[in-house]
Design a protein around this ligand. Structure first.
Ligand code: RUB
Length: 306
């Protein structure tokens, strides 16, 4: 196994790379590095290496369909090519990776353009965890001259909310950090909730950092609009065929390192927000109702169903 793939998978597992987008980008780059380092002599050996890398990367985090869609698509471009020469196949990995990354970047910009219009002057935006797509949208709103403030949760157990808070402060956005359990107390101060996504299922339910589902309920109780900001390629095609999105369960050490021996500690990384609580999914195709996701995917990314 190429070193780049092992190192990347390890970094993803340890959360040194976090957030669905960053995870997918790291996996794509690892695949590119593998292709460049490969000592495969034949097409068969080369595709075997790619498939092994795929398995290692997929195992690094369970709830990351964007990464899986990216890796699958890049490998499919190699499989579809009739080429036998390893050098040509390496080039194919590199051009496909660049194409995927370019598309991902364009989606991020489009999402920021669309979503930032929902940020109005003097609004208080509530967010959870750290989503690079959400902070990019907020940075676009700020660059457009909007004045707004943000309430963000610290996001136990590993405090990704601090990353969000630091990024927002660097943008000169007034930011208030709260403990997760204060979400209900502060929801009444918010005008709008915006969160990211790790996965979107065929029914339009969204999987994001643990606690998101509760925040959606609180937004519903307080009658505050709740938006999910997501690239369409976070859709998991396996859910169409009945598979459940797997929810990653992380080490209890993240919660309590020297916990009493018999204590049961559960540490799911994500939860499900039902589509009924989502006002809209802000994606590169616009703001769409979550239940239309499958049709939008057929229209925009039909290859995902192959
Ligand atoms: C991060 C998280 C983010 C989504 C979206 O969880 O739930 O909201 O991944 O992020 P973790 P992005 O820190 O466990 O990876 O918009 O950057 O893809």
């Amino acid at each position: 196994m190429a070193k780049a793939v092992r190192v990347t998978a390890d970094r993803i597992r340890k959360l040194e790379v976090q957030g669905a987008r960053n995870v997918a980008i790291a996996a794509i780059k690892a695949l590119e590095a593998l292709a460049e380092e490969s000592s495969a002599k034949t097409r068969k050996e080369f595709t075997k290496e790619l498939k092994e890398a795929q398995a290692t990367l997929f195992a690094s985090r369970a709830t990351e369909p964007l990464m899986r869609n990216a890796v699958r698509w890049i490998i499919s471009q190699v499989e579809k090519s009739g080429e036998e020469k390893v050098a040509t196949l390496t080039k194919r990995v590199s051009t496909s990776s660049s194409q995927f990354l370019k598309n991902l970047e364009a989606s991020k910009e489009r999402i920021a353009e669309i979503g930032s219009k929902r940020i109005l002057n003097n609004m208080v935006v509530f967010t959870h965890c750290h989503s690079s797509t959400v902070t990019h949208l907020l940075s676009k709103a700020k660059k457009d001259g909007k004045t707004f403030e943000v309430i963000c949760t610290e996001t136990r157990p590993v405090f990704q909310g601090r990353i969000t808070a630091k990024e927002l402060l660097a943008l000169d956005v007034k930011t208030t950090l709260i403990v997760d359990s204060a979400a209900r107390s502060f929801m009444r101060n918010a005008d709008l909730v915006i969160v990211g996504a790790d996965a979107i299922t065929s029914e339009g339910n969204v999987i994001n950092k643990i606690g998101t589902g509760t925040i959606a309920l609180l937004a519903n109780e307080a009658r505050k609009p709740f938006y999910v900001v997501s690239e369409l390629l976070k859709f998991d095609p396996a859910t169409v065929c009945g598979d459940y999105e797997q929810i990653e369960e992380r080490s209890p050490d993240e919660i309590w390192k020297d916990a009493p021996e018999k204590l049961v500690i559960r540490n799911p990384a994500f939860d499900v927000t039902r589509r009924d609580f989502i006002h809209g999914v802000i994606c590169e195709e616009g703001i769409i109702p979550p239940h239309s996701i499958k049709e939008v995917m057929h229209h925009k990314y039909s290859w995902i169903f192959e």
